[in-house]
Design a protein. Structure first.
Length: 429
């Protein structure tokens, strides 16, 4: 690579805006650490008139980002648009084919097209870097690819979405409901103003889980059907009852190999109050890796926002400037095998059920009998009557039972006239 390196940034939202300023502020520091002069020679954004922390230089601005690749001699391109398909995918593919290094925080793109894009990057001997796609500023991808390169990792799990973690933590702290806390998260910029659905339904965390699985287990990115639940149905009542039982509720992303079969999932979990993961609160993320010979490793930090994300993007930039051409997923595409998916129906786990019922004799025995019919046995039971409304909350913690039995049993409960609403199901970690 030449002494002067030409850079393009496509996408000037919160992250792209912050990144632009970081690169310009740290030119001297980058030169000292890599021996390279860097120069931003092209930028592109959907709305050039949007208020930003810098004035757009019209000489380097391109309305159509494709024109940058066609007209400018660039060495490294930052894709910070963030869509899984469309212009994001097109730009990245074009760059790789033209032997331009690509850095992106785009988890949706990598989780969906990472297999194809990494193979293309390997063929063209360029870097496709995506440290910022998982857990923001926490260097979990580089840790797996380099720091733990010779370890055999068997499980990775953690809090991968700061928005959900903030909402659950704030509901516990303020005793407020989900709807109000979500509004607060949106006001503070922790949740999307328009449609925060992809954070709340587990999709955001699941995209990260797929990337982590591929890196940790040296597999292709899986596209098999998986277990994914969000936090939209968690009520303060669940958080309060969990606390009384010495638990907290956390949305966790989990991936592991069971008999060499890949089991990926994202769902709310009851975790012990005195556990490490149970004390990671607010917008913080935490990733726990289990492997040999390292044992258990924990990485924690801010998982989102312009600052942490830009930190990871800059880390990728310096890695490229130092001349490290690496396989995007740590090993050659030829060595990455297609994973065999684990049968979710076999998954054994303890469960938390909450039933809102009419307070009538025989309702509790009806519920426990139905559970017994599906080989689900009760470990703990809490009954909270509401005498005023002649209703009750029945909370049951079960012994380990299969996912298949739990789901089939839940379907029958939904049609029971004594059960007032769809039962809440939360799995235990």
């Amino acid at each position: 690579m030449n002494k002067t390196v030409n850079i393009a940034i496509v996408g000037l939202g919160q992250i792209g805006n912050f990144l632009y300023n970081e690169i310009n502020k740290k030119r001297k520091e980058i030169k000292i650490k890599t021996g390279k002069n860097i120069k931003i020679i092209a930028i592109s954004a959907k709305n050039p008139k949007k208020k930003r922390k810098f004035n757009i230089n019209k000489k380097i601005f391109f309305k159509n980002p494709i024109e940058i690749i066609r007209k400018k001699k660039i060495d490294i391109l930052f894709e910070v648009i963030g869509t899984p398909d469309g212009i994001s995918k097109k730009i990245v593919e074009m760059c790789i084919k033209k032997k331009i290094h690509v850095i992106t925080p785009n988890k949706a793109l990598i989780s969906k097209h990472g297999n194809k894009l990494s193979k293309l990057a390997e063929k063209n001997k360029i870097n496709l870097e995506f440290e910022a796609s998982v857990a923001g500023g926490i260097p979990v991808i580089r840790t797996i690819k380099e720091g733990l390169a010779t370890n055999t990792i068997n499980k990775v799990y953690g809090i991968l979405n700061g928005t959900c973690n903030y909402i659950l933590s704030e509901m516990e702290n303020t005793k407020d409901n989900f709807k109000n806390v979500l509004k607060k998260a949106q006001y503070l910029g922790y949740a999307e103003q328009g449609n925060p659905k992809l954070d709340l339904n587990g999709y955001d965390a699941f995209a990260k889980v797929r990337i982590l699985s591929s890196l940790a287990f040296n597999k292709k990115i899986s596209h098999a059907k998986c277990l994914m639940d969000g936090i939209e149905n968690i009520e303060y009542k669940d958080i309060e009852i969990a606390s009384q039982l010495n638990f907290r509720i956390k949305l966790l992303g989990i991936t592991e190999l069971i008999e060499n079969q890949l089991f990926e999932r994202v769902h709310p979990c009851l975790v012990k109050k005195n556990s490490y993961i149970g004390n990671v609160n607010g917008v913080m993320n935490a990733v726990i890796l289990n492997g040999q010979p390292i044992g258990e490793s924990i990485l924690q930090g801010e998982g989102a926002g312009p600052g942490p994300t830009s930190s990871a993007l800059m880390s990728d930039l310096l890695s490229i400037l130092r001349g490290n051409i690496k396989y995007p997923f740590g090993i050659s595409d030829k060595e990455r095998k297609k994973p065999k998916p684990y049968d979710i129906r076999k998954y054994l786990n303890s469960l938390y059920f909450r039933f809102e019922v009419k307070d009538k004799p025989g309702v509790l025995s009806l519920i426990t009998k139905q559970l017994a019919n599906y080989n689900i046995s009760v470990e703990r039971l809490v009954q909270i009557p509401d005498h005023k409304n002649k209703t009750a909350s029945i909370v049951i913690i079960t012994h380990k039972s299969s996912e298949n039995n739990a789901q089939n049993c839940m379907k029958l409960f939904r049609s029971n006239k004594y059960i007032l609403k769809k039962p809440t199901l939360i799995r235990l970690l």
